[in-house]
Design a protein around this ligand. Structure first.
Ligand SMILES: Nc1nc2c(ncn2[C@@H]2O[C@H](COP(=O)(O)OP(=O)(O)OP(=O)(O)O)[C@@H](O)[C@H]2O)c(=O)[nH]1
Ligand SMILES: [Mg+2]
Length: 472
C-alpha cells in the first residue's frame, strides 16, 4: 500500500531538498508534484487541496522559503501534515461499558463479517469476552458465515431466525450477553450495494436498541475516489466513531485512509491486511505517515534527501582507477564482458578444452541461446552511466525506471544487480578472476578457495553502501 505515493513524494522531496535555497516558485512546483501524487493515490480532491494547503502553511511558517539546507525540515513538514490528516495521535476503542458494544457497518462486501471475527479475536486476546452478533435480518448466509468464523476463532455467535427485526436482534443479543457473562458485543450489520433508506433505518434501529459507543465503518481499501462520499453517507446514517480499512494487503493505493480521516474526520483505527482472523493491525497515523514516506525513521529520510542534493543522477564520488573505471567490477565491465561472450560464437568448443571449464561453458552457451545476455544488456543500457559504475545507487524507484526502460520486470533488474554483487564478492575473495566466466556462469565457480560453492557473504562496508543506496 502507498508504494507509488511514497516513492513520488520522496522524489519530490529529494528534488526540493536538493535546491541550495528554496524559492517560492520551487516550493509551489514541489507542492504541485505532491498534489499530483496524492490525487493519483486516490486521495479525494478536497482532502488533497486541504493537505497541500496545510503543507504550504507549515513550510512558510517554518521559514523554508529562502532558507538553506531545508531537506530535513521539508520532510518533517510533509510527515507532520500527513500524520495530522491521518488522524493525529490515534485513538483507543472506547469499551468501558460492560457489556460494551461495537457496531460494524459498511457497504456490501466491504469486509464487515471478516473484520467482526478479527476484532473479536483480537479483543479476546486482550482479555475481553466477546459475543458476535449476526444482525442481517434477510440473508441466512450472512449469519452462517459469521457462525463459521466464530467457530474458527472460538467465539460464540448470537443469531436469530430470518425476518427478526434488527432492533429485536440487538435487544436479545444484549440479554444473552448478560446471561452468558459476555462483556462485549460485536455486531455485524447487513451490507447493501448502496446506502439506501432501508439500511439507514436498520442502522438507526440498531443504534437505538443497543446504544453502541463504537460505530465502526468498514471500508474496502480499494474504494477509490468515492471513499469520501461513502463515508459522508454513513456519517449521516450512523455517525461512525472510527474506520477500519479492510483489504489493504491488495493492490489498494491507500488513498481512502487519507480521504476519510482527513476529509470526513473519521479516524482510522485498524487496517485489514489479509483474510486470516489474525490479519488486523492497529493503525498509527505517525507510523503510517512514515511508511508512506518510505522511511525507517525521519532522520534517515532527511539524510537521504540532503545527500541526494536534489539531483537524481547525483552520485557519491566514485573512485576511478587508471583506466577511468571504478576499482571494482561495474555494470560497464559486465556489459563489455557480455558483449564479448555474445560475439564469441560457439564458445563452448573453446572453453571445453580448458580443464574444469566444461560446466561454465555449458552455462554460458545456455545464457546466449536463451537470450539472457541480450536481456541483461538491455537492462544495463537503461542505466545512467553513473548507475552503471555504482550499483549501490540503485534504489527501488531507480530499478523500476530501469525495468520500464528495458521493457523487463523489476525482478530481472534485481537479479542482475544481485549477480553483479555476487561477482564482486567472488572477485574480492578470489583476488581477481576473469569476470567473463563469472558473468556467464553465475557465482558457482570455485576460486582460490576451491571446493564448491562459496556463499557470498557481504562485508559490512558493502552492506552499508547497499542499504544506503537501496533504502525503501
Ligand atoms: N485480502 C483480504 N481480503 C479480505 C479482507 N477482509 C475481508 N476480505 C475478504 O473480502 C470478502 C468480503 O468480506 P466479508 O467480510 O464477507 O464482507 P462483508 O462486508 O461482510 O460483506 P456483506 O455481508 O456481503 O455485505 C471475503 O472474501 C473476505 O475474505 C482483508 O483484509 N484482506
Ligand atoms: Mg457480511
Amino acid at each position: 500500500m502507498f508504494d507509488a505515493l511514497g516513492s513520488r513524494l520522496r522524489a519530490s522531496l529529494q528534488r526540493l531538498g536538493g535546491k541550495g535555497r528554496i524559492s517560492e516558485a520551487d516550493l509551489e512546483a514541489g507542492l504541485a508534484e505532491i498534489r499530483g501524487a496524492l490525487l493519483d493515490a486516490d486521495v479525494a480532491l478536497p482532502v488533497t487541496t486541504q493537505l497541500v494547503d496545510a503543507m504550504r502553511t507549515r513550510a512558510v511558517g517554518d521559514g523554508i522559503v529562502g532558507g538553506l539546507g531545508a531537506g530535513d525540515r521539508l520532510v518533517s513538514v510533509v510527515h507532520g501534515a500527513l500524520t495530522e490528516a491521518l488522524g493525529g495521535s490515534g485513538r483507543e476503542l472506547d469499551l468501558r461499558e460492560r457489556p460494551a458494544s461495537i457496531l460494524l457497518l459498511g457497504l456490501q462486501g466491504a469486509g464487515k463479517t471478516t473484520t467482526a471475527a478479527k476484532l473479536a479475536l483480537r479483543l479476546q486476546r486482550e482479555g475481553r469476552r466477546p459475543l458476535l452478533v449476526a444482525a442481517d435480518p434477510r440473508r441466512p448466509a450472512a449469519a452462517e458465515q459469521l457462525a463459521l468464523l466464530g467457530e474458527a476463532v472460538g467465539i460464540p455467535v448470537h443469531r436469530e431466525p430470518i425476518g427478526t427485526p434488527v432492533a429485536e436482534i440487538g435487544r436479545r443479543a444484549l440479554e444473552s450477553a448478560r446471561r452468558l457473562g459476555r462483556d462485549l458485543l460485536i455486531i455485524d450489520s447487513s451490507g447493501r450495494t448502496t446506502l439506501d433508506d432501508e439500511l439507514m433505518q436498520e442502522l438507526r434501529d440498531l443504534r437505538e436498541a443497543v446504544q453502541p459507543r463504537e460505530r465502526i465503518l468498514v471500508l474496502d481499501a480499494a474504494t477509490g475516489q468515492q471513499a469520501l462520499a461513502v463515508a459522508e453517507g454513513f456519517k449521516r446514517a450512523a455517525d461512525p466513531t472510527g474506520l477500519i480499512l479492510a483489504k489493504l494487503d491488495g493492490d489498494a493505493r491507500g488513498g481512502a485512509a487519507l480521504s476519510i480521516a482527513g476529509g470526513a474526520g473519521i479516524p482510522v483505527l485498524f487496517i485489514g491486511t489479509g483474510e486470516r482472523p489474525e490479519a488486523l493491525e492497529r493503525f498509527h497515523p505517525d507510523r503510517i505517515a512514515g511508511r508512506i514516506l518510505e522511511m525507517g525513521d525521519l532522520a534517515t529520510l532527511a539524510e537521504i534527501v540532503r545527500d541526494a542534493g536534489g539531483d537524481v543522477t547525483a552520485a557519491p564520488a566514485v573512485r576511478l582507477n587508471a583506466k577511468g573505471r571504478p576499482p571494482e567490477m561495474s555494470f560497464t565491465d559486465l556489459l563489455d564482458q557480455l558483449r564479448q561472450i555474445s560475439s564469441m560464437g560457439p564458445i563452448g568448443q573453446v572453453m571445453k578444452m580448458i580443464p574444469g571449464m566444461g560446466g561454465a561453458a555449458q552455462q554460458a552457451e545456455e545464457a546466449v541461446a536463451g537470450g539472457e545476455l541480450k536481456r541483461a544488456e538491455a537492462i544495463i543500457l537503461s542505466m545512467t552511466p553513473i548507475e552503471r559504475n555504482e550499483p549501490a545507487l540503485l534504489t527501488i524507484p531507480r530499478r523500476r525506471r530501469i525495468a520500464e526502460g528495458a521493457g523487463r520486470s523489476i525482478e530481472e533488474v534485481n537479479r542482475l544487480v544481485k549477480r553483479l554483487e555476487e561477482i564482486r564478492l567472488l572477485m574480492r575473495r578470489a583476488g581477481g578472476m576473469d569476470p567473463a566466466r563469472l558473468a556467464a556462469g553465475g557465482a558457482g565457480l570455485p576460486g582460490k578457495h576451491s571446493g564448491g560453492y562459496i556463499r557470498p557473504k557481504e562485508d559490512r562496508k558493502a552492506k552499508k553502501a547497499r542499504r544506503k543506496g537501496g533504502r525503501r
